[in-house]
Write a protein that binds this ligand. Structure first.
Ligand code: G4P
Length: 537
């Protein structure tokens, strides 16, 4: 876990190419403005010319049918899974978190590939359910979090209220990096508390930002020229109060995940976005040490290593190719490199990696620790796999969660059962669902975290394999992996055959519909343990 590792401060300086990388994800509740903010990042990162180019994606997510459309058009969704762009001296790697609350496991794994998160909240709504859930996931890893309070051009809540709510709800210190001036139609911009500058909103051109105005403290008469008297009085009062009552920015506390700086802005008006980007550069973490066994991996190590945190299959239904998304944990990767696939101990020449430069989607010639590269493969690479230059290292901390919903699945055409098995295995490896083969009887049980996944899975099997399927209620509702001595597991399995199944890695699971059963097994069988998570191989 991250908090057990050294913090950035007492580590050697990283090579400049690595030190300039910032790899992060955006977490937010639907509609808070993640897509809009992403778009503005890309705009200021020089990756797109005009806002509106990634909009399709934000909308696509909202309904299932649109989601499927997006899945068909995988070009978009894949390139949007990771986006790299330069901003000033920095290289930003923005990793997309799946938007729907149903995909929490996928989201969790995505967050294992980043060093920080940007939390976007809606200034009128504050902390919403999905924000809180995602925040909790970040907290598990002590990920640094930078906050953007969006939609300040609309009627929003009192600034102190918003800050209090984050502090209380999420138990994290909040320090204002900027302070909003006015609200709703009176919102004119922000005072940059970190750099003593006035930033004014340009409502005429949504893709442009007005020049900042250097200010010499709150008493500078220049303020009067730009801020109407009433608003200025309020600003002075509030800033004085904020400085008295709220903690000042402590970069180390930010890096340790105990404090979040908050910027106020309006993504749609491009307002506050550059300040946030500057903040990510200045206060966001450099590529971090990766936990692994038998030793952790430091980004500055010259040998290349990386791990798979996401697999996307069937990008082209005609070829059963997949792209494995690899977070580089150390070193300087170059195209054509021969790496060792640690799980199978096989060498693997990475001749056609994809780097997701949003401006230029070409073959990656090189990548550094912190970057995300895509490796097309035929299924060898699975989530959790580690790649090295030969050393046997296994990245840890990429869990698989027990599904919360189980259903049986059958091929519409019984003669196609073998095809179904293949399709299911493929999706299981992609991490899209858990697939269990019961010890007794035929057929499969599919487990997911959110109900929508059944629908998506059904549609994908039909679309990508031409195989209509039927889901049916299962007699089970819970699955737990069985851990313990091999013989003990076998013995236990043989006396509980009707409850036993194997996942796609061949690991045994205990299926039941009663928590009571789980408690009983734990009580009566101290030689084994039942777990709701398993580390991916
Ligand atoms: P999401 O990805 O987090 O779900 O949010 P998204 O960016 O799609 O934004 C949700 C809605 O909020 C969009 O409106 C978007 O235009 C709007 N929005 C984003 N940033 C701001 C902002 O700073 N101020 C205001 N007032 N609105 C903002 P929509 O009506 O759903 O879509 P559209 O018709 O604008 O495309």
């Amino acid at each position: 876990m991250r908090h057990m590792l050294d913090t950035a401060q007492n580590r050697p300086a990283l090579p400049p190419e690595i030190a300039r990388r910032r790899t992060f994800a955006i977490i937010s509740h639907p509609d808070a403005g993640k897509t809009t903010l992403t778009e503005k990042f890309l705009l200021f990162g020089g990756a797109i010319q005009m806002a509106g180019q990634v909009r399709a994606k934000g909308e696509a997510r909202r309904t299932r049918s649109d989601f499927m459309q997006m899945e068909k058009d995988r070009g978009i969704s894949v390139s949007a899974s990771a986006m790299s762009f330069d901003y000033k001296t920095f290289r930003f790697n923005l990793v997309d978190t799946p938007g729907h609350s149903d995909f929490s496991e996928d989201t969790y794994r995505t967050l294992t590939a980043v060093d920080a998160a940007v939390m976007v909240i809606d200034g009128a709504k504050g902390v919403e359910s999905q924000t809180r859930k995602l925040f909790e996931v970040c907290r598990l890893r002590d990920l640094p979090i930078l906050t953007f309070c969006n939609k300040m051009d609309r009627e929003s809540r009192d600034t102190f209220d918003i800050i209090d709510e984050i502090q209380e709800n999420l138990a994290i210190d909040v320090t204002p990096a900027s302070w909003p001036i006015g609200t709703g139609s009176d919102f004119i911009g922000c005072y940059d508390l970190l750099r003593d500058r006035l930033e004014l909103i340009d409502r005429k051109d949504r893709n442009k930002v007005a020049d900042s105005i250097e200010i010499n403290g709150m008493d500078d008469p220049l303020l009067e020229r730009h801020v109407p008297a009433q608003l200025l009085e309020k600003l002075r009062e509030e800033v004085e109060m904020a400085r008295e009552l709220l903690p000042t920015l402590d970069p180390q506390a930010v890096l340790e995940g105990h404090m979040t700086p908050i910027w106020f802005g309006s993504a749609i008006n491009s307002f506050g976005v550059k300040e946030l980007m500057d903040g990510i550069g200045t206060y966001g973490p450099e590529p971090q040490i990766q936990s692994a066994e038998p030793r952790q991996i430091a980004p500055e190590e010259t040998k290349v290593s990386g791990f798979v945190f996401k697999v996307q299959a069937n990008m082209d239904p005609k070829h059963r190719d997949r792209v494995a998304f690899v977070r580089l944990a150390s070193g300087h990767f170059t195209r054509g490199m021969k790496l060792t696939h640690v799980r199978t101990k096989k060498p693997m020449t990475v001749s056609a990696p994809v780097l997701f430069l949003a401006s230029d989607r070409e073959l990656a010639d090189e990548g550094w620790a912190g970057d995300i590269i895509g490796i097309p493969n035929h299924g060898q690479l699975r989530i959790g796999d580690t790649l090295t230059e030969g050393e046997v290292l296994k990245v840890t901390g990429i869990p698989s969660f027990a599904p919360e919903l189980l259903q049986g699945v059958r091929a519409g055409d019984p003669l196609k059962a073998k095809h179904l098995e293949k399709a299911l295995m493929q999706f299981a490896e992609e991490g899209a669902a858990k697939v269990f083969k019961p010890m007794i009887g035929s057929g499969f049980i599919v487990g997911v975290v959110g109900a929508l996944q059944f629908e998506v899975l059904g549609s994908r099997i039909e679309l990508e394999y031409g195989l209509p399927v039927r889901f049916e209620p299962s007699q089970f509702t819970s699955a737990r992996w069985i851990k313990g001595d091999k013989q003990a597991i076998e013995k236990f399995a043989n006396i509980n055959k009707q409850h036993i199944a194997y996942d796609n890695d061949g690991d045994p699971v205990y299926l039941t519909r009663l928590q009571w059963d789980i408690d009983r097994v734990e009580r009566d069988h101290p030689e084994i343990t039942l777990t709701a998570t398993k580390e991916m191989m």
